[in-house]
Ligand binder design. Structure first.
Ligand SMILES: [Zn+2]
Length: 424
């Protein structure tokens, strides 16, 4: 199968290409039904709604979702301890449960037998180039957490054959791939590299892998390029969490991840929880159409940006533009959020900068933003200062100062943003 064949078409054209109004109506419909169902069957959801003075009739459309409080992922272990085992969030009888997954926390995630693939991993796998007949090594962990199982189901629905290798044992992975003529890979990007490196070192020649779906860690553009050009493996990524399943996936354009039709993804102010307009960075808050475990306005603690710009692939869902760090790393300076990723972006423009740290200070009632930088031998402060101040203004929308410090001043494990303000 050619790369062009793998990049063509949709798993479900009607769903993936519906117009803005049709999508809105679809989502209004399931949000309304999900909230009513959760109110009846999930006491945990009901308690939260009652505490906010809301009844199901108050949530008729997507626009009403903002009236519900955000439920932070970090409170889930406590809620489940108080009302074991699921915190009142399981909305089906225990006799309907086929699986319970266990995430760090611990957080227990129920999974109903009837929901064969509630998170539609097949949609993501198809957009990423998987096709019926592919033989796939699934290297996600099969114990405790759900990722491997989500892909098992989605790939089976797609007509692929899964080899459940799980993670680890590069030697066995490589042999399995060669012996079975495996064409697809599912797992982390770093493990894919480990497998390819091992095969290269052994001089195994042409490797049958053609397509890879990666996740669970960042996919740097350089790594994707290496896999695609050096090994000819079409590589696309998705984003998900154990609580929500896969919520977004890349298409052939590989320029942001389309949000699933059965997910409402809001980007919210990390402090107030208010939804932010497209283009602003904030916390990913999701509502997923999963009747067994209805997560409604679930705050993931992860940061991202969403664009509503049309995508040339024809899919109409908004796109999430990559992962931008964790909420607990965010700092607010003069009313603007400052993110570690923005600092990365600025520093990356200046090859002469070898180490750096953003320091936030407070003088009287005024916040100060300083970029502390160590320079490569031979580089001068004049080379970076002016244009770096400009880069800070462009990226962070803030006025900042550059302070060149002696090599070795910034410790190797320094925080990217050091907030030195005292508030007493
Ligand atoms: Zn697209």
């Amino acid at each position: 199968m050619t790369r062009a064949d793998r990049l063509r078409g949709y798993y479900d054209r009607k769903r993936e290409t519906m117009g803005v109004r049709a999508r809105r109506a679809h989502q209004d419909g399931w949000v309304r039904a999900l909230v009513a169902h959760a109110w009846r069957r999930a006491p945990g959801v009901r308690r939260r709604m009652e505490a906010a003075g809301l009844r199901p009739a108050a949530v008729r459309t997507l626009a009403d979702l903002g009236r519900l409080p955000i439920m932070k992922k970090s409170v889930m272990p406590d809620l489940q301890r108080t009302d074991p085992p699921f915190g009142g969030f399981c909305a089906v009888p225990s006799t309907d449960l086929g699986w319970v997954f266990v995430s760090p926390g611990p957080i227990y995630e129920p999974f109903a037998r009837r929901d064969w693939s509630p998170w539609r991993t097949e949609t993501a796998a198809y957009a990423g180039g998987f096709r019926p007949g592919d033989i796939v090594v699934n290297t996600f962990l099969y114990h405790l957490t759900p990722a491997a199982h989500l892909f098992d189901r989605g790939l089976a629905l797609l007509g692929c054959t899964v080899v459940p290798t799980g993670p680890g044992n590069v030697e066995v992975q490589v042999k399995t791939i060669l012996d079975l003529g495996v064409t697809g890979y599912v797992g982390t990007p770093s493990f894919l590299i480990a497998i390819l490196k091992h095969a290269d070192e052994k001089g195994l020649g042409r490797f049958p892998l053609q397509v890879a779906q990666v996740g669970a860690e960042a996919l740097p553009p350089s790594l994707r390029r290496a896999v695609e050009t050096d090994h000819g493996i079409l590589t696309r990524q998705g984003f998900g969490t154990a609580d929500l399943g896969i919520i977004a996936y890349e298409c052939r354009e590989a320029d942001g991840m389309h949000v699933m039709e059965d997910v409402v993804l809001e980007i919210c102010d990390p402090e107030t929880g208010a939804p932010l307009p497209a283009g602003e960075t904030g916390e990913i808050v999701c509502t997923v159409n999963h009747r067994a475990y209805p997560m409604i306005r679930f705050g993931t603690g992860d940061l991202s940006v969403v664009t509503e710009a049309p995508c040339p692939c024809g899919r109409t869902a908004p796109r999430m533009l990559g992962w931008r760090g964790r909420v607990d790393e965010v700092t607010k300076v003069r009313g603007m959020f400052v993110y570690p990723r923005q600092a990365d972006e600025i520093a990356a423009k200046f090859p002469a900068v070898t180490r750096w740290q953003v320091v936030v200070t407070r003088d009287g009632h005024q916040d100060g933003l300083e970029f502390h930088v160590e320079l490569a031998p031979g580089a001068s402060a004049e080379q970076v200062s002016g244009s770096m101040v400009e880069a800070i203004r462009d990226v962070m929308k803030l006025r900042g100062e550059i302070r060149v410090v002696a090599p070795g001043t910034i410790p190797p494990n320094a925080k990217k943003i050091d907030d030195r303000r005292k508030w007493d």
